[in-house]
Design a protein around this ligand. Structure first.
Ligand code: ADP
Length: 438
């Protein structure tokens, strides 16, 4: 900087001196200053040329402000270069890392266009990077399920999606999409072929084993029944035979429940759906509950919206509602209250069972719908429970996109509520009622 000041003063002094000698002071000063300006302009033009053609032209090496500017530019350029190197190193490592993943990873833009994909994406979904960059995923993999999932709400996205790979029909994939940034989405596809095969084997095994056990058990029960009714059966055997009969009835109930549960799990096809007069079904269930209650003399009430019907499968809905009501009878002490309600609100139809029985401690509530989960296994068996009732309720409700809500206070009572979406609700006018009774 000081060089520039000295240079400027030098030009001023020299112009002043020549001006004094030649008697043209002002003119010489103007000429001197113009020269100084021209010279500065030339130096900055050199910097511009150097910036434009860095490779061919060397930097101007004039001491002073020009030189300092060039060094500063050089320093910034070096710093940028090393940052760029660092960033491209990170990017390379990220790409190498995701390429080594056993899952397919695809980055999608706001309109599900492909922004980036790893190598597995080609193997699993048929997306080839970089050839398919910018293409919409829905144009590549024409799967209605996948397309719906791409446009699903965040809560739906959390559930994930299972599909057969569009590239290889032996591959079962689990797809998960996580939104990130402003509009981008990260799609991860995992090969779950082995898990889904094991699951299928487990389901098939249970379905087959229950089926195979049913016939011999029916024969044994038949003979035991025969013995009890036979007058020639020795009296001392009767106690043992009664015990065998009650155990075989328990086993039959268990097998029926297992078969029902595995049917709900393995058979994705919809069973026959009819218009069901739910208030009538609930009256029948209430009567059955009263006779089950017997000497326990529960006070059972039913409040039902008389014109609220459902389009659903009779057996499945009966199973859902009766399981909840019979549980309330089993787990409510003598003279307890059980209130049944069937009503509709803006979210759909609801069936609730409220009792003032044993209640459930909070830690058990999330696990109630697991198979064979019982709070007190001895008590459940004693009451004839199989430990599968609520699992059946959950799976049957899932067929209608419904859900089970449980609220309970230990020693105070419980509320079990089935929530069914509006799509299954039928408002019964007289014509529906007539056609049902016909
Ligand atoms: P179970 O055949 O044993 O009744 P469920 O699947 O129907 O099997 O129920 C699981 C467990 O949930 C039961 O063992 C019981 O401990 C508890 N349970 C269900 N309904 C009620 C209720 N109304 N009050 C208290 N506990 C209940």
């Amino acid at each position: 900087m000081k060089y520039d000041v000295w240079r400027f003063l030098g030009v001023l002094f020299l112009s002043g001196l020549i001006g004094t000698v030649t008697d043209h002071f002002s003119l010489c000063i103007i000429i001197g200053l113009s020269f100084f300006l021209w010279w500065q302009y030339r130096e900055f033009s050199k910097i511009l040329l150097w910036l434009k053609k860095r490779k061919e032209v060397s930097s101007p090496s004039q001491s002073g402000i020009v030189d300092e500017t060039c060094r500063e530019i050089d320093y910034l350029r070096d710093r940028n270069k090393s940052r760029k190197l660092k960033l491209s190193g990170y990017l390379r490592r990220f790409q190498e890392g995701t390429a080594a993943l056993p899952d397919a990873v695809i980055i999608l833009g706001a309109h599900s266009e492909i922004e980036w994909a790893n190598a597995k994406a080609q193997e699993y979904i048929g997306v080839l990077w970089p050839k398919d960059a910018g293409l919409r995923l829905s144009n590549l993999a024409r799967y209605p399920k996948l397309i719906n999932y791409l446009n699903a709400s965040e809560s739906e996205l959390d559930k994930g999606l299972q599909i057969i790979s569009p590239v290889d029909n032996k591959l079962v994939l689990e797809i998960r999409i996580s939104p990130y940034g402003d509009t981008q989405k990260l799609l991860v596809a995992r090969d779950i072929t082995a898990i889904s095969r094991t699951n299928q084997m487990r389901k098939d095994f249970i379905a087959n084993a229950s089926h195979e056990l049913r016939t011999p058990l029916t024969v044994i029960s038949g003979y035991l029944e025969g013995f009890v009714d036979d007058d020639q059966c020795p009296q001392e055997w009767l106690g043992y035979i009664q015990q065998m009969r009650s155990q075989s009835t328990r086993m039959q109930r268990l097998i029926e429940d297992l078969m029902q549960l595995s049917g709900l799990e393995t058979d994705p096809t919809k069973k026959e759906h009819n218009v069901l007069a739910i208030p009538d079904m609930l009256s029948a269930i209430t009567n059955e509950a009263r006779s089950l209650s017997g000497f326990m003399e529960h006070y059972i009430t039913l409040q039902a919206d008389k014109s609220l019907f459902l389009k659903a499968n009779q057996q499945e809905i009966y199973s859902i509602f009766s399981n909840l009501v019979f549980n309330a009878v089993q787990y409510t002490p003598e003279h307890g209250r059980i209130e049944l309600d069937w009503y509709e609100d803006e979210s759909g139809a609801h069936f609730s069972v409220r009792d003032n029985g044993l209640g459930i401690a909070p830690e058990h509530i999330p696990r109630l719908t697991e198979r064979f989960y019982r709070i007190n296994a001895g008590r459940s068996r004693e009451k004839g429970g199989t430990g599968l009732g609520l699992a059946i309720v959950k799976h049957a409700l899932a067929r209608y996109d419904g859900s089970l809500f449980v609220d309970s206070d230990l020693n105070k009572g419980s509320l079990f509520r089935c929530d069914l979406p509006k799509a299954h609700v039928i408002r019964a006018d007289n014509s529906v009622k007539k056609s049902l009774s016909a």
